[in-house]
Ligand binder design. Structure first.
Ligand code: CMX
Length: 438
């Protein structure tokens, strides 16, 4: 057993009695109530999910394992010459809540390399799809195609025991995380670079190997590390995390669950917004016909979007009520590495203007930018300009968070998820009576 798996087991054994006690002794304690508005409005703010991996405060933003974004970056080990921590060290942190030491990181790097071999038929599956297939379909199809490899499902059919289910879920989760960089880079090179595939370099860490397979020079290795960590986890209520959790609750394995979660990420109100931001910017620049972007013409274009009944991509959030710290982290990177980039300047101008426009329009509860408002601009700078690929990058990062959650879901024995639906007649009856009485 690796040191990470050993440590995870100790953490799981320490945590289980807390969940069991809450369930047994305090199961009937009320923590929330649900209004008609919430039942009709996408269950916003209804507190009915539990995860200790991250918590999203509307005012402060995300904390992963109790640490905000700068603290997370600061507490984890970095490779020599790197500005951002290795994804391998983050995997240890997100699973256990502890920063690994150098030996532990080395062991995870070796373990990932061992697991990273992608079965050849996965590439056949990708190649069999029409070239104009969206890369998110390629990614989730590739993941689903590997379901036959699931150790969890094998365990299910051969002497399954609930209290040991996390062990094979951990194996599947680790296999998947280790394989995703090569699958994502293959999709990119196959679809956009005439199929000129670059083989992995086993000497490199997760982020550097991804940069190498994509064909991008330094500091893209650090961009990759930053990007995957920033996009990893945002509580369990967001659509991709919740879908993964829901599918996993049926004792579907990690391949089914992550494949489904990534389909949720592919929606324009969620992860696809990073592609939409670049699409909006390109159309805006076309309309300008070579003129310089100014606060005035950006403002006019934002109003055009709103007046056409569309959303401003990259702005707003279901939970956050401030600028997303993940946006700020990317802005900070851009200020340091690409201060004169024209697209960065435009993203900053939009940031200056859009919150005012959205506030004036008065619909959104949060006029501030989210993670997707800045991410495409950095990718574009380093040469990744095929913006329908951006959600795949989000997906590789998000996989780390949702798979860590799946391991813990099985460790703590979370049951089949099954909220209750009601009818419109019932809502009208309860509305007239001033609330549900039964
Ligand atoms: N532009 C225009 N209108 C917006 C808006 C935006 N960026 N954000 C919210 N609104 C509108 C909503 O469409 C809604 O309008 P209706 O009442 O006509 O339906 C109203 O404001 C109230 O919405 P809200 O309560 O503030 O926001 P929600 O929790 O319903 O939705 C989100 C959150 C992210 C879907 C929404 O802000 C949005 O559509 N943003 C643009 C897309 C985007 O950037 N998505 C990425 C989010 C981060 C991620 O998951 O990757």
């Amino acid at each position: 057993m690796t040191k990470l798996k050993q440590r995870l087991q100790e953490r799981i054994e320490a945590e289980r009695p807390r969940t069991a006690r809450l369930n047994k002794e305090f199961g009937s304690v009320v923590i929330d109530q649900v209004t008609i508005g919430q039942a009709l409005g996408g269950a916003r703010d209804v507190k009915c999910l539990v995860t200790d991996i991250s918590y999203l405060d509307p005012q402060e933003g995300i904390r992963i394992r109790g640490k905000n974004i700068p603290e997370t970056f600061a507490c984890l080990p970095k490779g020599s010459g790197a500005e951002y921590p290795t994804v391998e060290s983050f995997w240890h942190f997100i699973l256990t809540g502890e920063a690994p030491d150098a030996d532990e990181v080395e062991e995870i790097e070796a373990d990932f390399k061992y697991r990273a071999k992608v079965p050849p038929y996965v590439f056949d599956v990708i190649r069999a799809l029409p070239k104009d297939t969206h890369p998110m379909v390629m990614l989730s199809s590739a993941i689903l195609s590997m379901q036959r490899e699931s150790k969890f499902t094998h365990f299910y059919h051969h002497g399954f025991k609930k209290d040991r289910a996390w062990e094979t879920m951990y194996e599947d989760a680790s296999d998947l995380v280790a394989r995703l960089p090569e699958i994502a880079a293959f999709i990119y090179r196959w679809k956009y670079r005439n199929g000129q595939i670059i083989a992995p370099d086993t000497k490199l860490d997760f982020g550097a190997n991804f940069a190498h397979m994509m064909g991008f020079a330094k500091p893209y290795d650090d961009v990759a590390r930053m990007y995957f960590i920033l996009h990893s986890d945002h509580e369990v209520g967001n659509a991709s995390a919740h879908t993964t959790h829901l599918v996993g609750s049926t004792l579907s394995d990690a391949y089914y669950s992550l494949g489904a979660g990534l389909c949720a990420l592919a929606g324009p109100l969620h992860g696809l917004a990073n592609q939409e931001v670049l699409d909006w910017i390109q159309k805006f620049k076309e309309k300008l016909g070579g003129a310089e972007p100014t606060e005035d013409n950006v403002k006019a274009a934002l109003w055009d979007t709103l007046n056409a009944g569309q959303v401003i991509p990259g702005y707003g959030h279901a939970v956050l009520r401030r600028t997303d710290p993940r946006f700020e982290a990317q802005l900070q990177f851009a200020e340091k590495h690409l201060p004169d980039d024209a697209l960065f300047k435009l993203v900053r101008t939009i940031y200056k203007v859009a919150p005012g426009v959205l506030t004036e329009q008065g619909k959104t509860k949060n006029p501030w930018p989210n993670v997707d408002a800045a991410s495409g601009m950095i990718q574009w700078h380093y040469g990744l300009r095929e913006y329908d690929f951006y959600t795949v990058l989000f997906g590789v990062g998000r996989a780390i968070g949702v798979l860590a959650n799946l391991v813990w879901d099985r460790a703590l024995g979370y049951p089949l998820e099954r909220p209750k639906s009601v009818t419109t007649d019932m809502l009208e009856k309860w509305a007239a009576a001033g609330g549900a009485k039964e």
